[in-house]
Structure formats: structure tokens, C-alpha cells
Design a protein around this ligand. Structure first.
Ligand code: SF4
Length: 351
């Protein structure tokens, strides 16, 4: 049974405390360019992003936050490094969460000012430790940026916030090493009950990012660790949402649209199954019904899987046997298979 984390509110969304695991992303636009940033946030929201973060590198970016916030519906997170004044500006402009590491912003008075401002607005902060930015003293103590060094670093930031009497905290511990990331989150989950924001960082473009994130984030989700996640991808952030949904679906932590089961085909297959499956995945990608479709290549092993699905197909010679809820309903020529399947999906649940 998963350990219940504290519930934290990020805008209109709950993170932790058993809430559905939310999907986050980060804009790649210049935050000072309000129109471009809002447009990208709207695209991300349309794709399924639930929390969005923007970089706040300077005062002009901090001052753009209010306008951005007024034009979007997603909870907005300000990503700030080192400068407590930017954090204060961001909080005053109405953001829903701030990502900043309290240990990096100088004196305790400064930390207290930021935490007091968060407290006044009732908004949380994310303590986001990356293996590349661990305090030198901690790195030296642990002999490098090890998973336990990341955990120690996060605990020291958490202690500062707790000293200011605040507990609306989300924690992340990202490394470009999948193994270290998983080890760090596992160790952290055993020590605190703050919600955890999962991610593997600096993983590259879509192919590598998908694999590393699926392995790292997936391993943690299968351990019932994690309350929100961001898949990092170099390039278009829309890809991050697709991969995140895929990981949540594969780990059975959330359901998004259709669950397509398809066999890899082998020498027993006598239909062009790859083309059919590719079309099903592409053309039915936006259907949001909790259905399992099985598209199988032959009559030897196919019918078993096809019967288990809501709608199933098993290949014959240039034709497909169609199953609905475990029962054979008809045989259709392979050229008509997609249309038949689509018709059934479209009509599913409608009287
Ligand atoms: Fe081969 Fe049939 Fe299995 Fe597909 S379902 S992999 S075609 S045996």
C-alpha cells in the first residue's frame, strides 16, 4: 500500500494526498514575450498538461507573470534560481507555486521573507535539487553528487522552510542518471511525506527521453512513489505530455483514452497488421473512452487476447475476425477492418 503524502494545492489542483498524478511541463519561450508564452501554454493545456512552469531569469520576466497568469487557465509555476527578490515579485504577481531552493538564496532573513510571502498567499514551493547543483560541502561529504547527497541537500532546504513554520512543500531530486534518480527518490520517500515531483533530467530528444523517463519515472510509479511528474525533452514540450501520458498509462496509474494492445506479428501473420495498428494508434489517439482494443495477427494466439479486450480483432488470411466483449461478431476483409473498428469505438457507450 502506498504511503499517503501530504496534500498541497497548486492553483485549482491538488498534488499529493492521493490525488491523481498530475502532468507538468515547462515552456521554452522567452517568458518576457507574453503572447508567445501564453500561446505555448494554451497548446500544452490542449494536449493534456495540467501544471505549467516558466523560467524567471530576471525582473522583466517576473513582471510578465501577472499578464501571463491572467490569460491562462493552468496553474502557473515560477522557476527561480538564487534571487529572492524575483521570488517575491513572482509571488506578488499571483503565481500558484514557486520553484526555488531556499538554501541558495542567502541569509535566513531572505529565506524567511520568501516563505512568509508564500504563507500569506497560501501557495507552495518546490524544492528542486539537481545532481549538478548540490552544495559543495554536501558533495564533498558524500564523495560526489550521489543519490544520498541529493537527499541530504533537499533535506537541508526543507529544514529551512520548516524553521519558518511552513510545510506546503513539493520535492524533486533529478539527475541525468536514471539509476541515481530512482535511488534518490526511493530514499527520499522513506524519509519525508511531502509530495514528490518526479523527473529524470537532461535526457535529450524524444527517443532517449522516452526511454530514460519511462525507466526512471516508471520504476518509481510502480513503487507507488510520486505525486506529479515532468518528462524533460529537448525541443517541443508537447512531446513531454505525450510521453508522460504513456508512462502513466503503462504503469496503470492513470487512464488516458484507449488502451491499444497489439501483437508484434510473426511468421503466422497473414495480414498487414503494422499498418492497421499504426492507423488505430494515430487516428483514434484523441478518443477519450476507457476501452481496451486488441489488434492481433493470427488465429492461433490472437483470439485469446482479442476476447479479453472490449473490442478485439484477430487476423486470418487477408481478413480479420472481430470480437466484442469476448464474442465473435463478424469477419471483415482487412481493408474494412479499421472502419469497422472505428464505428464500434464511436458508438461505444451511446444508446
Ligand atoms: Fe504471431 Fe499470432 Fe502471436 Fe501475432 S498473435 S505474434 S501473429 S502468433
Amino acid at each position: 500500500m502506498a504511503k499517503q503524502t501530504k496534500a498541497v494545492r497548486v492553483g485549482n489542483l491538488q498534488v499529493g494526498g492521493g490525488a491523481p498524478i498530475s502532468i507538468q511541463s515547462m515552456t521554452t519561450t522567452d517568458t518576457r514575450d507574453v503572447a508567445a508564452t501564453v500561446a505555448q501554454i494554451e497548446s500544452l493545456a490542449g494536449r493534456g498538461c495540467e501544471i505549467v512552469r516558466v523560467a524567471v531569469p530576471d525582473e522583466a520576466a517576473a513582471r510578465a507573470l501577472e499578464q501571463i497568469k491572467s490569460q491562462i487557465s493552468l496553474p502557473l509555476v515560477a522557476d527561480i534560481h538564487f534571487d529572492y527578490r524575483l521570488a517575491l515579485l513572482a509571488i506578488a504577481s499571483g503565481v500558484d507555486k514557486v520553484r526555488i531552493n531556499p538554501g541558495n538564496i542567502g541569509s535566513f532573513e531572505r529565506v524567511k521573507k520568501v516563505v512568509d510571502a508564500l504563507k500569506d498567499r497560501g501557495i507552495p514551493l518546490r524544492i528542486g535539487v539537481n545532481s549538478g547543483s548540490i552544495d559543495k560541502r554536501i558533495r564533498d561529504r558524500f564523495g560526489g553528487p550521489t543519490p544520498l547527497a541529493m537527499v541530504e541537500s533537499a533535506l537541508s532546504h526543507i529544514a529551512l522552510v520548516e524553521r519558518c513554520g511552513y510545510d506546503q512543500i513539493v520535492v524533486s531530486l533529478k539527475s541525468s542518471s536514471v539509476r541515481d534518480t530512482v535511488a534518490a527518490y526511493r530514499a527520499m520517500a522513506a524519509r519525508v511525506d511531502y509530495p514528490l515531483h518526479l523527473g529524470v533530467t537532461e535526457v535529450g530528444t524524444v527517443f532517449n527521453a522516452s526511454i530514460k523517463s519511462a525507466v526512471g519515472i516508471g520504476a518509481l510509479l510502480l513503487d507507488d512513489i510520486g505525486d506529479t511528474l515532468r518528462v524533460s525533452v529537448t525541443g517541443d514540450p508537447l512531446n513531454e505530455i505525450d510521453i508522460a501520458k504513456g508512462i502513466l498509462r503503462a504503469t496503470e496509474r492513470r487512464q488516458f483514452g484507449l488502451n491499444v494492445v497489439a501483437c508484434p506479428t510473426c511468421g503466422r501473420c497473414n495480414v498487414d497488421l503494422a499498418r492497421l495498428v499504426e492507423r488505430v494508434e494515430r487516428e483514434l489517439a484523441t478518443v477519450d473512452k476507457p476501452l481496451t482494443l486488441a489488434v492481433m495477427g493470427c488465429a492461433v494466439n490472437g483470439p485469446g487476447e482479442a476476447r479479453e479486450a472490449d473490442i478485439g480483432m484477430a487476423g486470418g488470411v487477408d481478413e480479420m475476425l472481430l470480437f466484442v466483449k469476448g464474442k465473435v461478431v463478424k469477419k471483415v476483409p482487412i481493408e474494412q477492418a479499421f472502419d469497422q473498428l472505428k464505428q464500434l469505438v464511436d458508438g461505444w457507450g451511446e444508446v
